[in-house]
Write a protein that binds this ligand. Structure first.
Ligand code: FAD
Length: 465
Protein backbone atom coordinates (compact mmCIF):
# COMPACT_ATOMS: atom_id res chain seq x y z
CA UNK A 1 0.00 0.00 0.00
CA UNK A 2 2.79 2.35 0.94
CA UNK A 3 4.53 2.03 -2.40
CA UNK A 4 1.39 2.93 -4.31
CA UNK A 5 0.74 5.89 -2.07
CA UNK A 6 4.25 7.08 -2.37
CA UNK A 7 4.00 7.03 -6.15
CA UNK A 8 1.22 9.63 -5.85
CA UNK A 9 3.14 11.94 -3.57
CA UNK A 10 5.20 14.90 -4.76
CA UNK A 11 8.90 14.14 -4.54
CA UNK A 12 10.64 15.90 -1.66
CA UNK A 13 13.65 18.10 -2.32
CA UNK A 14 16.74 15.94 -2.53
CA UNK A 15 18.87 15.79 0.54
CA UNK A 16 21.54 13.39 1.64
CA UNK A 17 20.52 11.63 4.83
CA UNK A 18 23.03 12.23 7.63
CA UNK A 19 25.04 9.30 8.93
CA UNK A 20 24.31 7.86 12.37
CA UNK A 21 27.45 9.38 13.82
CA UNK A 22 27.39 12.59 11.78
CA UNK A 23 28.55 15.40 14.07
CA UNK A 24 26.19 17.90 12.43
CA UNK A 25 22.98 15.92 12.79
CA UNK A 26 21.24 18.90 14.33
CA UNK A 27 21.95 21.26 11.48
CA UNK A 28 21.07 18.60 8.89
CA UNK A 29 17.73 18.37 10.65
CA UNK A 30 17.24 22.12 10.44
CA UNK A 31 18.24 22.08 6.79
CA UNK A 32 15.55 19.45 6.21
CA UNK A 33 12.99 21.73 7.81
CA UNK A 34 14.00 24.62 5.60
CA UNK A 35 13.89 22.46 2.49
CA UNK A 36 10.29 21.40 3.04
CA UNK A 37 7.50 22.93 1.11
CA UNK A 38 5.85 24.16 4.29
CA UNK A 39 2.54 24.88 2.58
CA UNK A 40 1.57 21.21 2.74
CA UNK A 41 3.01 20.45 6.18
CA UNK A 42 0.10 20.28 8.56
CA UNK A 43 1.85 19.49 11.81
CA UNK A 44 5.23 20.07 13.38
CA UNK A 45 5.12 16.74 15.18
CA UNK A 46 2.73 13.80 15.10
CA UNK A 47 2.98 11.40 18.03
CA UNK A 48 1.47 7.98 17.28
CA UNK A 49 0.20 6.28 20.43
CA UNK A 50 -1.10 7.67 23.70
CA UNK A 51 0.46 5.25 26.17
CA UNK A 52 2.83 6.60 28.82
CA UNK A 53 5.63 7.11 26.27
CA UNK A 54 3.50 9.02 23.77
CA UNK A 55 1.84 11.10 26.49
CA UNK A 56 5.23 12.01 27.98
CA UNK A 57 6.49 13.05 24.54
CA UNK A 58 3.37 15.14 23.91
CA UNK A 59 3.70 16.80 27.32
CA UNK A 60 6.87 18.51 26.12
CA UNK A 61 5.52 19.81 22.83
CA UNK A 62 4.07 23.25 22.11
CA UNK A 63 2.75 22.26 18.69
CA UNK A 64 1.67 18.94 17.28
CA UNK A 65 -0.94 16.22 17.32
CA UNK A 66 -1.22 12.97 19.23
CA UNK A 67 -3.13 10.16 17.52
CA UNK A 68 -4.39 7.29 19.66
CA UNK A 69 -6.25 4.23 18.39
CA UNK A 70 -8.24 3.68 21.55
CA UNK A 71 -10.37 5.82 23.76
CA UNK A 72 -9.36 6.89 26.34
CA UNK A 73 -5.61 7.29 26.04
CA UNK A 74 -3.36 5.57 28.54
CA UNK A 75 -1.86 2.51 26.85
CA UNK A 76 -1.30 -0.69 28.72
CA UNK A 77 -0.44 0.71 32.14
CA UNK A 78 -3.92 2.09 32.63
CA UNK A 79 -4.82 -1.50 33.59
CA UNK A 80 -2.37 -1.67 36.48
CA UNK A 81 -3.55 -1.19 40.04
CA UNK A 82 -0.40 0.41 41.43
CA UNK A 83 2.37 0.67 38.89
CA UNK A 84 5.93 0.20 40.05
CA UNK A 85 8.86 2.13 38.68
CA UNK A 86 12.53 1.34 38.91
CA UNK A 87 14.28 4.43 40.25
CA UNK A 88 17.78 4.92 41.57
CA UNK A 89 19.16 7.24 44.25
CA UNK A 90 15.83 8.60 45.52
CA UNK A 91 14.87 10.24 48.81
CA UNK A 92 12.49 7.33 49.47
CA UNK A 93 15.43 4.95 49.44
CA UNK A 94 17.34 7.16 51.88
CA UNK A 95 14.31 7.39 54.17
CA UNK A 96 14.14 3.60 54.27
CA UNK A 97 17.83 3.44 55.17
CA UNK A 98 19.24 2.46 51.78
CA UNK A 99 22.14 4.06 50.04
CA UNK A 100 21.78 3.75 46.31
CA UNK A 101 23.55 5.35 43.40
CA UNK A 102 23.83 5.01 39.63
CA UNK A 103 27.19 3.31 40.23
CA UNK A 104 25.63 0.69 42.53
CA UNK A 105 22.78 0.14 40.07
CA UNK A 106 25.23 -0.20 37.18
CA UNK A 107 27.20 -2.81 39.09
CA UNK A 108 24.03 -4.74 39.85
CA UNK A 109 23.02 -4.35 36.23
CA UNK A 110 26.27 -5.84 34.96
CA UNK A 111 25.83 -8.87 37.24
CA UNK A 112 22.29 -9.57 36.06
CA UNK A 113 22.66 -8.67 32.40
CA UNK A 114 26.14 -10.05 31.92
CA UNK A 115 27.52 -6.89 30.34
CA UNK A 116 28.19 -3.30 31.32
CA UNK A 117 25.36 -0.78 30.89
CA UNK A 118 25.42 1.28 27.71
CA UNK A 119 26.02 5.02 27.77
CA UNK A 120 22.28 5.62 27.46
CA UNK A 121 21.53 3.23 30.31
CA UNK A 122 24.00 5.20 32.42
CA UNK A 123 22.23 8.40 31.54
CA UNK A 124 18.91 6.82 32.50
CA UNK A 125 20.28 5.66 35.84
CA UNK A 126 21.68 9.11 36.51
CA UNK A 127 18.47 10.90 35.59
CA UNK A 128 15.97 8.53 37.18
CA UNK A 129 15.86 10.58 40.41
CA UNK A 130 14.64 13.48 38.24
CA UNK A 131 11.90 11.24 36.88
CA UNK A 132 10.88 10.67 40.50
CA UNK A 133 10.83 14.42 41.21
CA UNK A 134 8.71 15.18 38.19
CA UNK A 135 6.17 12.44 38.98
CA UNK A 136 5.79 13.71 42.53
CA UNK A 137 5.41 17.23 41.19
CA UNK A 138 2.46 15.90 39.18
CA UNK A 139 0.72 14.83 42.37
CA UNK A 140 1.70 11.16 42.43
CA UNK A 141 3.12 9.50 45.53
CA UNK A 142 5.00 6.36 46.41
CA UNK A 143 3.48 4.04 48.96
CA UNK A 144 6.28 1.50 49.32
CA UNK A 145 9.53 0.17 47.95
CA UNK A 146 10.32 -3.38 46.99
CA UNK A 147 13.29 -5.35 45.83
CA UNK A 148 13.52 -7.75 42.92
CA UNK A 149 15.27 -11.06 43.68
CA UNK A 150 18.33 -9.88 41.79
CA UNK A 151 18.78 -6.36 43.14
CA UNK A 152 20.75 -5.61 46.28
CA UNK A 153 18.67 -2.63 47.40
CA UNK A 154 14.97 -1.89 46.84
CA UNK A 155 14.54 0.10 43.64
CA UNK A 156 10.94 -0.67 42.76
CA UNK A 157 8.92 2.39 43.73
CA UNK A 158 5.23 1.50 43.94
CA UNK A 159 2.91 4.32 43.07
CA UNK A 160 0.08 4.74 45.59
CA UNK A 161 -2.35 5.76 42.87
CA UNK A 162 -3.73 3.58 40.08
CA UNK A 163 -2.29 3.07 36.60
CA UNK A 164 -5.07 5.29 35.34
CA UNK A 165 -4.07 8.09 37.76
CA UNK A 166 -0.49 7.64 36.63
CA UNK A 167 -1.26 8.26 32.95
CA UNK A 168 -3.72 11.03 33.80
CA UNK A 169 -0.96 12.84 35.72
CA UNK A 170 1.41 12.61 32.77
CA UNK A 171 -1.33 13.71 30.37
CA UNK A 172 -2.20 16.71 32.56
CA UNK A 173 0.82 18.55 31.16
CA UNK A 174 -0.24 18.17 27.52
CA UNK A 175 -1.17 21.28 25.54
CA UNK A 176 -1.31 19.81 22.04
CA UNK A 177 -4.39 18.26 20.41
CA UNK A 178 -5.16 14.64 21.19
CA UNK A 179 -7.30 12.66 18.75
CA UNK A 180 -8.57 9.36 20.14
CA UNK A 181 -10.21 6.50 18.21
CA UNK A 182 -7.75 7.24 15.45
CA UNK A 183 -5.83 4.31 14.05
CA UNK A 184 -2.68 5.20 12.16
CA UNK A 185 -2.42 2.79 9.26
CA UNK A 186 1.06 3.51 8.06
CA UNK A 187 4.07 5.76 8.10
CA UNK A 188 4.90 7.62 4.92
CA UNK A 189 8.62 7.66 4.29
CA UNK A 190 10.23 8.99 1.13
CA UNK A 191 13.90 9.18 0.28
CA UNK A 192 15.02 8.50 3.81
CA UNK A 193 12.70 11.04 5.43
CA UNK A 194 9.30 10.79 7.06
CA UNK A 195 6.58 12.79 5.38
CA UNK A 196 3.59 12.01 7.57
CA UNK A 197 1.15 9.25 8.48
CA UNK A 198 -1.82 7.59 6.85
CA UNK A 199 -5.19 7.75 8.62
CA UNK A 200 -8.36 6.51 6.91
CA UNK A 201 -6.50 6.37 3.62
CA UNK A 202 -5.51 10.04 3.86
CA UNK A 203 -2.03 11.42 4.31
CA UNK A 204 -1.53 13.78 7.26
CA UNK A 205 1.73 15.56 6.66
CA UNK A 206 4.15 16.31 9.47
CA UNK A 207 7.73 17.44 9.80
CA UNK A 208 8.42 14.85 12.43
CA UNK A 209 6.71 11.68 13.55
CA UNK A 210 7.22 9.90 16.85
CA UNK A 211 6.35 6.18 17.04
CA UNK A 212 5.01 5.43 20.54
CA UNK A 213 2.87 2.42 19.70
CA UNK A 214 4.13 0.03 22.36
CA UNK A 215 6.05 -3.24 22.24
CA UNK A 216 5.98 -6.18 19.88
CA UNK A 217 4.84 -8.72 22.44
CA UNK A 218 1.41 -9.60 21.17
CA UNK A 219 2.21 -10.86 17.72
CA UNK A 220 1.64 -14.62 17.64
CA UNK A 221 3.43 -14.94 14.30
CA UNK A 222 6.44 -13.10 15.60
CA UNK A 223 6.52 -15.21 18.75
CA UNK A 224 6.35 -18.26 16.54
CA UNK A 225 9.26 -17.00 14.43
CA UNK A 226 11.25 -16.39 17.59
CA UNK A 227 10.79 -20.00 18.61
CA UNK A 228 7.96 -19.69 21.09
CA UNK A 229 4.87 -21.79 20.73
CA UNK A 230 2.10 -19.23 21.10
CA UNK A 231 -0.51 -21.79 22.00
CA UNK A 232 1.47 -22.59 25.13
CA UNK A 233 1.39 -19.02 26.33
CA UNK A 234 -1.31 -16.79 27.47
CA UNK A 235 -0.01 -13.72 25.74
CA UNK A 236 -0.86 -10.74 27.85
CA UNK A 237 -3.96 -9.03 26.68
CA UNK A 238 -6.08 -6.38 28.20
CA UNK A 239 -8.04 -5.10 25.29
CA UNK A 240 -7.59 -4.51 21.62
CA UNK A 241 -4.94 -1.89 22.16
CA UNK A 242 -2.31 -4.59 22.21
CA UNK A 243 -0.72 -4.62 18.85
CA UNK A 244 2.53 -5.01 17.08
CA UNK A 245 2.28 -2.32 14.49
CA UNK A 246 5.80 -1.00 15.09
CA UNK A 247 7.20 -4.36 14.01
CA UNK A 248 5.08 -4.34 10.82
CA UNK A 249 6.25 -0.84 10.01
CA UNK A 250 9.86 -1.82 10.63
CA UNK A 251 9.52 -4.67 8.11
CA UNK A 252 7.67 -2.55 5.54
CA UNK A 253 10.05 0.40 5.71
CA UNK A 254 13.39 -1.34 6.28
CA UNK A 255 13.80 0.02 9.79
CA UNK A 256 16.37 -1.66 12.01
CA UNK A 257 15.20 -3.74 14.96
CA UNK A 258 17.07 -5.66 17.60
CA UNK A 259 16.66 -7.82 20.68
CA UNK A 260 13.14 -8.82 19.63
CA UNK A 261 13.45 -12.04 21.58
CA UNK A 262 14.19 -10.19 24.82
CA UNK A 263 10.63 -10.39 26.04
CA UNK A 264 9.63 -10.04 29.66
CA UNK A 265 7.58 -13.05 30.67
CA UNK A 266 5.67 -13.41 33.84
CA UNK A 267 5.34 -17.02 34.75
CA UNK A 268 2.27 -18.00 36.64
CA UNK A 269 -1.29 -18.48 35.66
CA UNK A 270 -2.77 -15.47 34.03
CA UNK A 271 -6.48 -14.91 34.03
CA UNK A 272 -8.00 -12.21 31.94
CA UNK A 273 -11.67 -13.01 31.70
CA UNK A 274 -12.68 -9.92 33.60
CA UNK A 275 -9.62 -7.75 33.20
CA UNK A 276 -5.90 -8.22 33.59
CA UNK A 277 -4.80 -10.09 36.65
CA UNK A 278 -2.02 -12.51 37.21
CA UNK A 279 -0.59 -14.86 39.73
CA UNK A 280 3.06 -13.98 39.78
CA UNK A 281 5.53 -16.68 40.54
CA UNK A 282 8.99 -15.37 39.84
CA UNK A 283 9.55 -13.94 43.29
CA UNK A 284 10.61 -17.16 44.93
CA UNK A 285 7.11 -18.14 45.97
CA UNK A 286 6.67 -20.93 43.44
CA UNK A 287 8.77 -23.68 41.96
CA UNK A 288 8.42 -25.47 38.70
CA UNK A 289 8.96 -29.15 38.20
CA UNK A 290 9.19 -31.27 35.08
CA UNK A 291 7.17 -34.34 34.16
CA UNK A 292 9.08 -36.41 36.75
CA UNK A 293 8.54 -33.97 39.59
CA UNK A 294 12.16 -32.75 39.37
CA UNK A 295 13.30 -29.16 39.60
CA UNK A 296 15.04 -28.17 36.41
CA UNK A 297 14.80 -24.45 36.13
CA UNK A 298 15.86 -21.28 37.90
CA UNK A 299 12.50 -19.56 38.17
CA UNK A 300 14.08 -16.29 39.21
CA UNK A 301 15.73 -15.88 35.83
CA UNK A 302 12.42 -16.38 34.16
CA UNK A 303 11.79 -12.90 32.91
CA UNK A 304 13.32 -13.46 29.53
CA UNK A 305 13.69 -15.81 26.65
CA UNK A 306 15.37 -18.44 28.80
CA UNK A 307 12.00 -19.30 30.27
CA UNK A 308 10.42 -19.69 26.87
CA UNK A 309 13.12 -22.15 25.93
CA UNK A 310 12.51 -24.13 29.06
CA UNK A 311 8.80 -24.45 28.74
CA UNK A 312 9.00 -25.52 25.14
CA UNK A 313 11.19 -28.43 26.02
CA UNK A 314 9.14 -29.86 28.84
CA UNK A 315 5.83 -30.38 30.50
CA UNK A 316 5.96 -28.06 33.44
CA UNK A 317 3.93 -27.89 36.62
CA UNK A 318 4.09 -25.01 39.03
CA UNK A 319 3.90 -25.63 42.76
CA UNK A 320 3.18 -23.02 45.39
CA UNK A 321 2.29 -23.10 49.07
CA UNK A 322 -1.45 -22.50 48.95
CA UNK A 323 -1.35 -20.17 51.93
CA UNK A 324 1.39 -18.02 50.45
CA UNK A 325 -0.35 -17.38 47.22
CA UNK A 326 -1.29 -13.74 46.98
CA UNK A 327 -4.85 -14.26 45.96
CA UNK A 328 -5.45 -17.88 46.93
CA UNK A 329 -9.21 -17.86 47.02
CA UNK A 330 -9.51 -16.02 43.79
CA UNK A 331 -7.33 -18.44 41.93
CA UNK A 332 -8.66 -21.51 43.70
CA UNK A 333 -12.25 -20.47 43.09
CA UNK A 334 -11.49 -19.76 39.48
CA UNK A 335 -10.11 -23.28 39.19
CA UNK A 336 -6.56 -22.18 38.43
CA UNK A 337 -5.08 -23.81 41.52
CA UNK A 338 -5.48 -27.40 42.58
CA UNK A 339 -4.92 -28.08 46.28
CA UNK A 340 -3.21 -31.16 47.79
CA UNK A 341 -2.93 -32.05 51.46
CA UNK A 342 0.02 -34.46 51.01
CA UNK A 343 3.01 -34.78 48.73
CA UNK A 344 1.89 -38.27 47.76
CA UNK A 345 -1.53 -37.03 46.67
CA UNK A 346 0.12 -34.38 44.53
CA UNK A 347 2.56 -36.87 42.98
CA UNK A 348 -0.21 -39.33 42.21
CA UNK A 349 -2.50 -36.75 40.67
CA UNK A 350 0.26 -35.48 38.38
CA UNK A 351 1.84 -38.84 37.71
CA UNK A 352 5.15 -37.68 39.22
CA UNK A 353 7.74 -39.89 40.73
CA UNK A 354 6.98 -39.24 44.43
CA UNK A 355 10.64 -39.59 45.44
CA UNK A 356 11.78 -37.02 42.84
CA UNK A 357 9.13 -34.62 44.02
CA UNK A 358 10.14 -35.09 47.65
CA UNK A 359 13.75 -34.32 46.71
CA UNK A 360 12.70 -31.20 44.84
CA UNK A 361 10.82 -29.96 47.88
CA UNK A 362 13.76 -30.84 50.15
CA UNK A 363 16.05 -28.87 47.82
CA UNK A 364 13.89 -25.80 48.26
CA UNK A 365 13.57 -26.34 52.03
CA UNK A 366 17.37 -26.59 52.43
CA UNK A 367 17.89 -23.55 50.34
CA UNK A 368 15.23 -21.65 52.26
CA UNK A 369 16.84 -22.45 55.62
CA UNK A 370 20.52 -22.46 54.69
CA UNK A 371 20.86 -20.04 51.76
CA UNK A 372 23.51 -20.65 49.12
CA UNK A 373 22.56 -22.11 45.78
CA UNK A 374 19.82 -24.61 45.11
CA UNK A 375 20.08 -27.32 42.48
CA UNK A 376 19.07 -24.96 39.68
CA UNK A 377 21.58 -22.28 40.66
CA UNK A 378 18.98 -20.09 42.26
CA UNK A 379 20.57 -17.91 44.90
CA UNK A 380 17.67 -15.98 46.38
CA UNK A 381 15.79 -17.30 49.36
CA UNK A 382 12.75 -19.11 48.10
CA UNK A 383 9.59 -19.52 50.12
CA UNK A 384 9.40 -22.67 52.14
CA UNK A 385 7.08 -25.10 50.39
CA UNK A 386 4.50 -25.76 53.11
CA UNK A 387 1.53 -28.09 52.96
CA UNK A 388 -1.08 -27.79 51.66
CA UNK A 389 0.55 -27.40 48.27
CA UNK A 390 -1.21 -25.99 45.26
CA UNK A 391 -0.34 -26.71 41.68
CA UNK A 392 -0.93 -24.53 38.68
CA UNK A 393 -0.26 -24.82 35.01
CA UNK A 394 2.39 -22.25 34.23
CA UNK A 395 1.07 -20.01 31.57
CA UNK A 396 3.41 -17.30 30.45
CA UNK A 397 2.34 -13.76 30.23
CA UNK A 398 4.30 -11.68 27.80
CA UNK A 399 4.39 -8.46 29.74
CA UNK A 400 6.82 -6.27 27.87
CA UNK A 401 9.47 -6.14 25.18
CA UNK A 402 13.02 -5.02 25.85
CA UNK A 403 13.86 -4.90 22.16
CA UNK A 404 12.25 -3.06 19.30
CA UNK A 405 13.01 -0.45 16.69
CA UNK A 406 16.62 0.76 16.77
CA UNK A 407 17.11 4.40 17.60
CA UNK A 408 20.19 6.51 18.20
CA UNK A 409 20.88 8.44 21.39
CA UNK A 410 18.53 11.21 20.27
CA UNK A 411 15.69 8.75 19.72
CA UNK A 412 15.98 8.97 15.90
CA UNK A 413 14.89 5.80 14.13
CA UNK A 414 17.67 4.03 12.24
CA UNK A 415 17.11 2.17 9.00
CA UNK A 416 18.69 -1.20 8.30
CA UNK A 417 21.89 0.50 7.14
CA UNK A 418 22.18 2.36 10.45
CA UNK A 419 21.21 5.71 8.91
CA UNK A 420 18.66 7.87 10.77
CA UNK A 421 15.37 8.27 8.94
CA UNK A 422 15.01 12.02 8.78
CA UNK A 423 12.31 13.29 11.13
CA UNK A 424 11.32 9.86 12.47
CA UNK A 425 11.63 9.05 16.18
CA UNK A 426 10.60 6.17 18.43
CA UNK A 427 10.06 6.15 22.18
CA UNK A 428 8.91 3.79 24.92
CA UNK A 429 8.45 0.13 24.35
CA UNK A 430 8.27 0.46 20.55
CA UNK A 431 11.95 1.35 20.86
CA UNK A 432 12.69 -1.30 23.48
CA UNK A 433 12.10 1.09 26.43
CA UNK A 434 13.75 3.98 24.63
CA UNK A 435 16.59 2.13 23.00
CA UNK A 436 16.98 -1.59 22.52
CA UNK A 437 19.52 -2.62 25.10
CA UNK A 438 18.40 -0.05 27.64
CA UNK A 439 16.32 -2.74 29.31
CA UNK A 440 19.02 -5.34 28.72
CA UNK A 441 18.25 -8.95 27.85
CA UNK A 442 16.61 -9.81 31.13
CA UNK A 443 15.07 -6.40 31.47
CA UNK A 444 14.12 -4.86 34.74
CA UNK A 445 10.87 -4.64 36.62
CA UNK A 446 9.49 -1.14 36.69
CA UNK A 447 10.79 -0.29 33.21
CA UNK A 448 8.03 2.30 33.02
CA UNK A 449 10.53 4.80 34.38
CA UNK A 450 12.60 4.31 31.21
CA UNK A 451 9.46 4.46 29.04
CA UNK A 452 8.39 7.82 30.45
CA UNK A 453 11.95 9.13 30.56
CA UNK A 454 12.44 8.37 26.86
CA UNK A 455 9.24 10.27 26.01
CA UNK A 456 10.13 13.33 28.04
CA UNK A 457 13.68 13.32 26.67
CA UNK A 458 12.74 13.07 22.98
CA UNK A 459 9.79 15.46 23.40
CA UNK A 460 12.05 18.08 25.01
CA UNK A 461 14.60 17.73 22.18
CA UNK A 462 11.88 18.17 19.58
CA UNK A 463 10.39 21.17 21.39
CA UNK A 464 13.83 22.77 21.55
CA UNK A 465 13.96 22.69 17.75
C1 FAD B 1 -1.62 -4.96 33.89
C2 FAD B 1 -0.26 -4.40 33.58
C3 FAD B 1 0.55 -3.99 34.59
C4 FAD B 1 1.80 -3.46 34.31
N1 FAD B 1 2.53 -3.02 35.35
C5 FAD B 1 3.71 -2.45 35.12
C6 FAD B 1 4.42 -1.88 36.22
O1 FAD B 1 3.99 -1.90 37.37
N2 FAD B 1 5.62 -1.31 35.96
C7 FAD B 1 6.14 -1.25 34.68
O2 FAD B 1 7.22 -0.71 34.52
N3 FAD B 1 5.47 -1.77 33.63
C8 FAD B 1 4.26 -2.36 33.81
N4 FAD B 1 3.57 -2.86 32.74
C9 FAD B 1 4.14 -2.72 31.38
C10 FAD B 1 3.86 -1.29 30.87
O3 FAD B 1 2.46 -1.10 30.89
C11 FAD B 1 4.41 -1.05 29.45
O4 FAD B 1 5.80 -1.30 29.41
C12 FAD B 1 4.13 0.41 29.04
O5 FAD B 1 2.76 0.65 29.04
C13 FAD B 1 4.70 0.72 27.66
O6 FAD B 1 4.35 2.04 27.36
P1 FAD B 1 4.26 2.58 25.86
O7 FAD B 1 3.67 3.95 25.92
O8 FAD B 1 5.58 2.43 25.21
O9 FAD B 1 3.28 1.57 25.11
P2 FAD B 1 1.76 1.18 25.44
O10 FAD B 1 1.41 1.37 26.85
O11 FAD B 1 1.57 -0.16 24.82
O12 FAD B 1 0.92 2.25 24.61
C14 FAD B 1 0.89 2.24 23.20
C15 FAD B 1 -0.32 3.04 22.75
O13 FAD B 1 -0.26 3.20 21.35
C16 FAD B 1 -1.55 2.98 20.80
N5 FAD B 1 -1.36 2.54 19.41
C17 FAD B 1 -0.73 1.43 18.99
N6 FAD B 1 -0.74 1.35 17.65
C18 FAD B 1 -1.39 2.46 17.21
C19 FAD B 1 -1.71 2.95 15.93
N7 FAD B 1 -1.36 2.29 14.82
N8 FAD B 1 -2.39 4.12 15.83
C20 FAD B 1 -2.75 4.81 16.94
N9 FAD B 1 -2.46 4.39 18.20
C21 FAD B 1 -1.78 3.22 18.33
C22 FAD B 1 -2.14 1.89 21.69
O14 FAD B 1 -3.56 1.88 21.60
C23 FAD B 1 -1.64 2.31 23.07
O15 FAD B 1 -2.50 3.21 23.72
C24 FAD B 1 2.29 -3.39 32.98
C25 FAD B 1 1.48 -3.82 31.95
C26 FAD B 1 0.22 -4.30 32.23
C27 FAD B 1 -0.67 -4.71 31.10
Amino acid sequence: MTTLLLACLPMPPHMDAPQADAPEAESADEAWDRSLDTSDVVHDVIVIGGGPAGLATAAELDHGLLLEAESPVGGRIKWASGPELMLVGTIEQVLHGYNDSPEAAAKNWATVQGDAPSELTWRFLEESAEVRNRLLGLGLSFERLSRTPTSVVPRQHHIAESGWDFVAAIASEIDIEIRTDTWVEDLVIEDGAVRGVMVDGELIRARRVVIATGGVISDPDLLDELGYAPEQFSVEIGGDEFNWIAHDWALDHDLAESQLDAIGWHPGHAAYEDGPRRLEANDGSAIWVDEHGERFFNEVRSTSVEAGGAILRRDVTGIVSCEETLEPMLFKDAGYLEQFETVDDLAEAHDFDAESLRQSLADVRDHHHNGGMDSTGRSIWPSEMMLPLCTFEPGFTASKAYGGIDVDDQGRVLDVTGTPVQGLYAVGEAAGMGQPGLGGWYGFDGSMSAVVWSGWRVGADLAAR
